[in-house]
Design a protein around this ligand. Sequence first.
Ligand code: SME
Length: 150
Amino acid sequence: MNKEQQYEHVALQIKGLIESETDLIANLSNIANLLGEAFSWWWTGFYLVKDKELILGPFRGPVACTRIAFGKGVCGTAWQEKKPIRVKNVNDFPGHIACSAESLSEIVVPILKDNEVQMVLDVDSEMENHFDELDEKYLERICYMIAEKL
Ligand code: SME
């Protein structure tokens, strides 16, 4: 399977999961694991907006930072800008928050409801420049599926 086929396959699995379960945390947990396992990413997870901060939610991977402020790091910047951010090398991103020294590239996609960011999907890779337009397209599609259920 090429990457596009893998994403189609995973998107179908996610569709099935969230159609049959209404609990958000249960769904985010399964989605983080499905995605992370399918693509063997270093870290895959969600940060949820709570009391004007991003707080760590369901994830797959090593222990991570628990709180991120608005506008801080890649996640806080994606929240502020309300758009996906792809970082080829995190060392070149001013203010990047290094939860793990292994991470080299990152993609963050915000999930919105009523034009307000509710959470972000964050994916880290230990490889440089790991994420391309195809990743962004499919991760946005998956985030849209999650947003529709909020
Ligand atoms: N690197 C992120 C922080 C979250 S961890 O990567 C899991 C950032 O700069 O926002």
